[in-house]
Design a binder for this molecule. Structure first.
Ligand code: ADP
Length: 588
């Protein structure tokens, strides 16, 4: 009580003193101030007052601007299309914008202090934890993709981007919903998988179909070939050769379609082996000798004698490209010359040879506008070409794709009405085999060399083949070559093993695709039988599946013969594995 009275007393005293001082000041001023000075002072006061008013206005406007900026920031923060979170080290929410609360489906107030990890799916939670740790540990910008567990219907895919804040105990996170994109992406992947499965089914179907179509065609080709060599009158011979040609054309089309689908499905692989370029070029030319003779066109092979005779190449595919080009040249040339040029581009490379091939003709030529079109699948120069010359429009596409596998490309130079030149260059790995050595050991595969060998001395030949027509053809051809020979027939692999054991033949001709037991398994089982270690087993293969030939050798077969079986091949094989010769080989 006393204390408060003292305080009041002190305040009263202070007030009295202050009033006294003010009186003294006023007295002093009136004493010293002149009239002029007073006017000046008033002026200064007025200026100060205006100054203060102006400063006040500025202050008010600055405050207004600050308020507006804050409002804008809040608007931006809230209506930003991406969600924003301010998180602690532990992942607790300090601040969140409207988009963030909408994305998580919770009121903002309820999100504050709750853990963001709580909204993330169990599968992606570890990803989120690593992401958060890295932001605080490495202090760099980080991103990751996680799935939110927020909607009942479907998962929400979000992209998180985070960075440490000015306060190192906090971080800023931006969250973007990319569910729509992710769903489209997943659908695309599914569609791609389905398309790939469909493509595989198509290739498998084509491979099967081609086998089914080839088998009867092989029969037609084989038997018409045999009949053509018999005594026929002129019109019968004509009919027969028409059937033979048609069947050959059909088989060619089937092969083209199959090759095309295999290349499309990425299933075609090159089979590299020692290749004789001289032999290959001559063989290709030989194939067209008859046709060009009939059309009175000159067919010339210009092979530079300096090129290496042997290189590492896929002989079948290289031949296929050249056959395609020459077959087109023959088709589209009415008179003049077709030339196959084979030359080498000199190089200092020890391991590779650069070989140039060119097929020139003096045919109808190609209009410049069509130069690119002809390399596209199923494309011909114009629709009348198809009617006039036939063809699938696949030949050049396949040739180009095969060359692509060899690291090369088909080029064309053509003058409409004057002729065309199709050319390409391939780098082949050099072979160790020298030209002289090859001709010495006779491995050039020249059929003529067999004619000088001793007579065939097979007593029993086992033919394992499920298809009746093919069996009949093989039997007929064998009877022609060795009339006195016993031919034992087996209808599948199991039957083949049984007949082998019972009959002990001198050679086995083995089909590959057969029911119950295929040719690979049957050959491998026969090879294990006592006394069968050295019996020649020859595969009869359509050669349509990749690695078929290699597999034949792997299972212990000695050689293979392409289907359709033609007499020249059979003669060659029979001589090569002639009993006496084989024995001599083993003695040596
Ligand atoms: P096709 O099976 O129709 O011959 P290709 O792909 O081999 O298919 O050829 C496509 C087209 O290119 C042919 O239809 C033809 O119009 C044109 N062509 C190809 N080679 C020649 C050539 N030597 N001379 C003229 N035109 C050619």
């Amino acid at each position: 009580m006393k204390n408060s009275e003292d305080k009041l007393k002190a305040a009263r005293l202070l007030r009295e003193k202050a009033e006294e001082r003010l009186k003294e000041k006023a007295l002093g001023m009136t004493l010293n101030i002149t009239e002029v000075r007073a006017v000046k002072l008033i002026h200064e006061l007025q200026v100060h007052q205006i100054e203060l008013e102006m400063q006040n206005e500025e202050l008010l406007s600055a405050m207004e601007q600050k308020e507006m900026a804050t409002e804008k920031y809040i608007e931006l923060f809230d209506f930003l299309p991406s969600a924003y979170f301010n998180l602690t080290k532990e992942g607790n929410v300090i601040a969140v914008n409207l988009s963030g609360s909408q994305l998580l489906g919770k009121q903002r107030i309820k999100l504050i202090n709750s853990r963001l990890g709580f909204f993330i799916s169990d599968e992606t939670k570890p990803v989120f934890n690593i992401f958060l740790n890295k932001i605080f540990k490495d202090r760099v910008k980080e991103s990751c993709e996680v799935v939110l567990n927020v909607k009942d219907t479907r998962p929400t895919y979000v992209l998180l981007t985070g960075i440490i804040s000015e306060d190192p105990k906090e971080c800023h996170i931006i969250m973007v919903d990319f569910t729509e994109r992710k769903l489209i992406e997943m659908e695309l992947i599914k569609a791609k998988e389905q398309a790939m499965a469909a493509s595989k089914a198509k290739t498998d179907f084509l491979a099967n179909m081609s086998h089914e179509i080839r088998t009867p065609l092989n029969g037609i080709i084989g038997f018409t070939g045999l009949l053509m060599g018999s005594n026929l009158d002129k019109s019968q011979e004509e009919y027969m050769s028409t059937i033979n040609e048609s069947a050959n054309t059909l088989i060619h089309i089937v092969n083209e379609v199959l090759d095309f689908s295999k290349i499309e499905a990425g299933k075609l692989e090159l089979e590299i082996s020692e290749t004789d370029l001289f032999e290959l070029s001559n063989q290709v030319i030989d194939l067209f000798k008859y046709q060009t003779l009939e059309k009175k066109i000159d067919l010339i092979l210009n092979i530079d004698p300096q090129i290496p005779q042997f290189v590492q190449a896929d002989v079948t595919r290289l031949k296929q490209v050249l056959v395609n080009l020459i077959s087109n040249a023959v088709k589209f040339t009415y008179s003049g010359t077709i030339t196959l040029d084979v030359t080498e581009t000199p190089t200092s490379n020890k391991y590779y040879s650069t070989i140039n091939f060119s097929v020139r003709d003096t045919g109808i030529g190609i209009e410049e506008a069509n130069n690119e079109k002809i390399f596209k699948s199923f494309m011909q120069c114009d629709s009348s070409t198809c009617r006039q010359f036939g063809g699938t429009g696949l030949g050049l596409t396949i040739s180009n794709q095969l060359l692509d596998l060899m690291g090369s490309k088909l080029n064309v130079e053509s003058k409409f009405g004057e002729g065309s030149n199709f050319f390409f260059t391939v780098q082949f790995k050099k072979s160790n085999q020298s030209a002289t050595k090859a001709s010495e050991n006779g491995s050039s595969g020249n059929n003529d060399s067999w004619s000088t060998l001793s007579p065939l001395n097979y007593n029993k030949i086992l033919v394992v083949e499920d298809n009746k027509i093919n069996m009949f053809l093989a039997k007929t051809l064998l009877k022609r070559i060795i009339p006195n020979c016993d031919i034992i027939e087996a209808v599948d692999g199991n039957d083949g093993i049984e007949k082998y054991t019972k009959e002990q033949p001198d050679i086995v001709l083995m089909d590959i695709q057969m029911p119950n037991k295929n040719g690979y398994d049957a050959a491998s089982d026969i090879r294990k039988l006592k006394g069968a270690e050295k019996i020649p087993i020859i595969a009869m293969t359509a050669g349509i599946l990749t690695g078929e030939k290699e597999k034949c050798f792997e299972v212990g077969m000695d050689d293979y013969m392409p289907k359709p079986i033609i007499i020249a091949d059979l003669v060659r094989i029979l001589h090569k594995w002639n009993k006496k010769q084989v024995e001599t080989k083993h003695l040596l």
